[in-house]
Design a binder for this molecule. Structure first.
Ligand SMILES: [Zn+2]
Ligand SMILES: [Zn+2]
Length: 368
């Protein structure tokens, strides 16, 4: 009696190739000898055999043919030649099993490793954006231990590991469904370094790194963009076992300004003037990022008129051309006039509903 491969994989006869693949993956994970030991070996072989057939469209079609009752178990058993394990287990979070099949078994030999990159958030003022800024920041950081020069060894000397002879790897022979397989694994004694410390450095407890407050000079160029960052190369954390130092990323935030809003290299502000200044015009003092400037208003300046002061904005990061300052004039209408002032204004402007042009009058004006 032929084996029921569908039953072995626990899938429906109408299962898609994808479902079959998934089912086998699940079983392989469960019954792999490395995980389940000898108990799983038979099950693993069986599941593999089923997958050899059902996982292959052509073979599956043959197997499915009515009356044939499938293949004998010998037809497709043995040999993994048709299975691309890398394909099968890719992205399945099951990389280790693939490594074993490919005979490597090299699981992350612990060699030099780069130090972490660091992020530092920095708030600066708009004035500092204008002038640029050089400052020192202090951050707690892992640096290479000076006492042992990062070796972790008290006398600074590392001796060759006697367990692996300095290779960092040891060979292990293991029985698997494919017979004896030689695995190469990381040496436990030296954790793959191939070298050993005879006595630990006391300063860093043998790690080769110590935590320290490090002062780093930061230069923020003029006109620096909001929410961009500076990369300070080689100022991150120290690497491990001679690995490179990480980088420091300074993320710059510009604090809100009392007067100005920023858009790229242009500055925006509002200046309030009184009614008589609006009517008669004249010179007013306006704020700039550097102090103040004079602005000449024409007679009859309307509220919300915007004046552009060329070159009074922020310096550009990539060019030396400064942006502009845009000033919106707000005309303040007096709320509480004295009786005398009220009378005078009524005399000038009148106090008749007819003096206010309605919408339709305006349309008429416009048309005529
Ligand atoms: Zn040390
Ligand atoms: Zn070793």
């Amino acid at each position: 009696m032929a084996k029921d491969y569908y039953n072995i994989l626990g899938v429906d006869k109408n299962a898609s190739q994808d479902e079959i693949k998934k089912a086998f993956r699940k079983l392989a994970k469960k019954y792999h000898p490395d995980i389940a030991g000898n108990v799983g070996e038979e099950k693993f072989k069986e599941a593999n055999e089923a997958f050899q057939v059902l996982g292959d469209k052509q073979k599956r079609a043959q197997y499915d043919q009515p009356g044939r009752g499938g293949f004998g178990s010998n037809d497709f058993s043995g040999g993994f030649s048709n299975v691309n394990f890398e394909d099968l287990f890719r992205d399945s979070g099951f990389g280790d099993i693939f490594n074993m099949f490919s005979g490597g078994g090299r699981r992350g030999r612990k060699g030099p490793k780069a130090g972490s990159d660091l992020r530092y958030n920095m708030d600066i003022t708009l004035e500092q954006v204008f002038s640029g800024l050089t400052t020192k920041i202090e951050i707690p950081i892992y640096v290479t231990c000076k006492a042992c020069k990062g070796t972790g060894s008290k006398d600074g000397i590392l001796k060759t590991c006697d367990a692996c002879g300095g290779s960092g790897e040891v060979k292990k022979v293991q029985r698997t469904p494919f017979g004896q397989t030689v695995f190469i694994t990381t040496c436990d004694k030296c954790k793959g370094l191939g070298k050993m410390i005879s006595e630990k450095c006391e300063k860093c407890n043998g790690t080769g790194r110590v935590r320290e407050n490090k002062k780093i000079e930061i230069k923020i160029p003029e006109g620096f963009d909001e929410d961009s960052y500076l990369r300070v190369s080689g100022q991150g954390e120290a690497g491990y076992n001679g690995g490179p130092t990480g980088d420091l990323y300074v993320v710059v935030h510009v604090k809100p300004h009392k007067i100005f809003e920023r858009q790229d290299s242009d500055l925006f502000c509002k200046v309030t003037i009184n009614l008589s200044r609006a009517i008669f015009g004249g010179e007013i003092e306006i704020p700039t990022i550097e102090g103040t400037a004079k602005l000449k208003l024409p007679k009859g300046t309307q509220s919300h008129t915007i004046f552009r002061l060329r070159g009074q904005g922020l310096p550009g990061v990539h060019s030396h051309n400064r942006g502009d300052e845009l000033v919106k004039i707000i005309v303040e209408i007096p709320k509480n006039l004295s009786g005398k002032h009220e009378e005078s204004l009524k005399e000038i402007f009148g106090d008749d509903a007819k003096t206010t042009k309605g919408f339709f009058d305006k349309v008429k004006d416009f048309v005529s």
